[in-house]
Structures are given as structure tokens and as C-alpha cells.
Design a protein around this ligand. Structure first.
Ligand code: NAD
Ligand code: 4TP
Length: 327
């Protein structure tokens, strides 16, 4: 049987992404991994780790063997100094991401696994970029939701990478409706949960304290939830964010929808940084990423924990084969 093919993007070449991809390549697997990046950067990372790595043609079935990666080359413009960002190399990162995602849209890959990208250096290079989630949504022309998860905790976001000052204005009935429908649909389709129960957080302290500490809960979030309840979604909230994550409460929910990045992600990362992953819901293909950043302080030391990338690749393979089966 032809192995499932996943596109793999190491991300920022000066960060920990390349060495984590080398570690990922060592694991026995049934799917092929096709790296989109600079071959020299990957081989240097392998050399530093003292691990063998063979880079093969992306069509070669050896791309599913341990110690091997298929390679679509995206050469860096300037030699990489590990741990040192270089604005000259940002375009190759975005080129690799865009091409790998295009391969997923075109059906050449069954899913996308991504390492960490440094947002500031990409912008410093003159490429507008707020995150890979947004880039993939624009490219595919669809609405998406960022959801991070580990074990049974899943946290999805209504807004992603925007200044806090702009968050309240972005909490609209349409944004709530879109997010909750995408999360509900993905839990059913990708996670096999027949009737997902979703906790929805408020925006303001104590979910607005009956309108005394903000009105978005009353004016925006609750009405949007009511409409969706009528459509059959099982929603609870708007809940005060400070207590919604108490373990006894979490047990009642399949996912928590937070209004903004730092309302939901600190809890998720605090409780499972080393094994959590970031999934983009709503794309026509599964995309799973690491939960951590470029970790420039660890790059080249060999100490970066590869568990999140391993979990991302495992989940992408599982979601891709579920989709292949259901198609
Ligand atoms: N998946 C992604 O593309 C992604 C995710 C988060 C942050 N970022 C970007 O990464 C850059 C740096 O962000 P940051 O410094 O806030 O977060 P970071 O995750 O890079 O680092 C935060 C801390 O976690 C540690 N850490 C990170 N990954 C680790 C690993 N695999 N093993 C052990 N320790 C690890 C780091 O050493 C550091 O102490 C920013 O540009 C940010 O936007 C990208
Ligand atoms: N918000 C993500 C996190 O904190 O883990 C991260 O910045 C990556 O996001 P993208 O999926 O947009 O790359």
C-alpha cells in the first residue's frame, strides 16, 4: 500500500525546528515525511546531534523509513548561524510553508506538520505575517480556528494574533458563530465526538458580572450562542474564564473556546507544554504544529524537547488517515 504522505516544514532555520525534524525522522513510521526546507540546514542539525539522516527524492518510498526524509529544497539565502535570526532567510521559510500547503490543497500531501516560525523576523523581511494559521486560511480561502490541545484538554480561540487593544472589537456575532460552528464540526468529524459539549468563555472579568464589568457577554456572545443552540450545538457559557479551567468543570467539556490568545493558551501550555499541539481547524486538509516557538536560546544545544513535534506528526497522520477512510 502507498504510504500516506505528510508535508513537514521545519520553520525558522536558526531555531530548534530543524533539529527537532531530524529527531522526528529517526522514528519508525508508516507514513512518508516530505521536508520543505534547506538540505544543508537539516544535515548540519543531524551532524550536531550525531544522528544519521538521509534526504531523498520526495517521490521515493524510502521517505517513510526511519532515518530518512523526502526533501523539497527551499535553500536559505545566507548561511545559518544557529540561534541568530537573519532577515535574509525569512522568505525561504514562507516559501516552504506556502508550497507545502499548496501540495496539501492539490492532494499531493495528506496533511501538513509545521515547526516554529519567528513572526518578527518574517515581518522584518517585509513579508506581512501574523501567523501560519492566518497564512493558511488566506491561501485556502476559508475560515479557520486555532485550537491547541493535549490529552483531553482542547482550547480553541475566537481571535488569534492581534493586539489586545483590538480584541474587543473583533468579538462579533459573526466571529462567535463561525468559530463555534468550525469547532463543533471538527470535533465531530476529526475527533469522532458525536455530540460535542463546548464551554464558551466570556471576554470580561467574571463574564461581565451581569453587564457591570462589560457588555460583550450580553450583547454579543450569549445571543450568538442562543442561535447556535437552536441549531443543535451543545454550548455552555459565557463562563468566567478564571474558573472555567478548574479540573472538575473541564470534565464536562470536550473543548473550551476562549475569546483571545492569552486567555486560553497559558492554561494549555502550563498544563502540557511538552506534549501539546496546535491544530488549524477548518482547512481542507489537516495541519498540526508544535505548541512552542523557535526557542533560539536552545537551538544547537540538543536540549530542545521533540515531544510536541512528535505529537503533531502523530496527530496529523491520524487525522489524515481518518479523512482518507471517510472519503
Ligand atoms: N508554532 C509556532 O510557529 C510558534 C509558536 C509559538 C511561538 N512562536 C514564535 O516563536 C518566537 C519565540 O517565541 P517565545 O520566545 O515566546 O516562545 P518559545 O516557545 O520559543 O520559548 C519559550 C520558552 O520555552 C522554551 N522552549 C520552547 N520550545 C522548547 C522545546 N521544544 N523544548 C524545551 N523548551 C522549549 C524556550 O527555551 C523558552 O525558554 C516568536 O516569534 C513567536 O511568535 C511560533
Ligand atoms: N499561537 C501559536 C502558539 O502560541 O502556539 C503560535 O503563535 C503559532 O501559531 P500559528 O499556528 O499561526 O503558526
Amino acid at each position: 500500500m502507498t504510504p500516506l504522505r505528510l508535508a513537514l516544514v521545519p520553520g525558522e532555520p536558526a531555531g530548534v525546528g530543524p533539529e527537532l525534524c531530524v529527531r522526528l525522522a529517526q522514528r519508525p513510521r508508516t507514513h512518508a515525511l516530505i521536508a520543505h526546507g534547506d538540505p544543508g540546514v537539516l544535515m548540519d542539525a543531524a551532524g550536531r546531534l550525531g544522528l544519521a539522516l538521509e534526504l531523498v527524492d520526495p517521490a521515493d518510498t524510502a521517505a517513510s523509513q526511519a532515518g530518512t526524509l523526502g526533501l523539497v529544497a527551499f535553500p536559505v539565502a545566507r548561511p545559518v548561524q544557529v540561534g541568530q535570526l537573519d532577515v535574509a532567510n525569512a522568505a525561504s521559510v514562507i516559501g516552504a510553508l506556502t508550497a507545502a500547503a499548496r501540495g496539501c490543497i492539490d492532494g499531493r500531501f495528506a496533511g501538513l506538520v509545521t515547526g516554529p516560525v519567528h513572526k518578527a523576523i518574517v515581518n522584518d523581511a517585509g513579508i506581512p505575517y501574523s501567523g501560519t494559521t492566518e497564512l493558511l486560511a488566506r491561501q485556502a480561502g476559508c475560515d479557520v480556528v486555532m485550537m491547541l490541545c493535549h490529552d483531553d484538554l482542547r482550547v480553541a480561540l475566537v481571535t488569534t494574533h492581534l493586539p489586545l487593544r483590538e480584541v474587543a472589537d473583533a468579538i462579533t456575532p459573526a466571529a462567535i458563530d463561525r468559530t463555534l460552528r468550525i469547532v463543533d464540526g471538527a470535533l465531530r468529524r476529526d475527533f469522532g465526538i458525536a455530540a460535542p459539549r463546548i464551554a464558551v468563555l466570556g471576554l470580561n472579568p467574571h463574564a461581565g458580572e451581569d453587564g457591570h464589568l462589560g457588555s460583550e457577554e450580553i450583547d454579543v456572545i450569549a445571543p450568538a450562542m442562543a442561535t447556535l443552540r437552536d441549531a443543535g450545538l451543545r454550548l455552555v457559557g459565557p463562563l468566567p474564564a478564571d474558573t472555567a479551567f478548574l479540573p472538575a468543570k473541564l470534565a464536562d467539556f470536550d473543548a473550551v473556546v476562549a475569546m483571545y490568545h492569552d486567555q486560553g493558551l497559558p492554561v494549555l501550555k502550563y498544563s502540557g507544554f511538552e506534549r501539546a499541539v496546535n491544530i488549524t481547524l477548518g482547512l481542507p486538509y489537516p495541519r498540526v504544529a508544535v505548541d512552542h516557538g523557535t526557542a533560539l536560546d536552545l537551538a544547537g544545544t540538543g536540549q530542545a524537547d521533540p515531544s510536541s513535534l512528535f505529537a503533531a506528526a502523530d496527530l496529523a497522520a491520524r487525522l489524515a488517515s481518518n479523512r482518507a477512510r471517510s472519503a
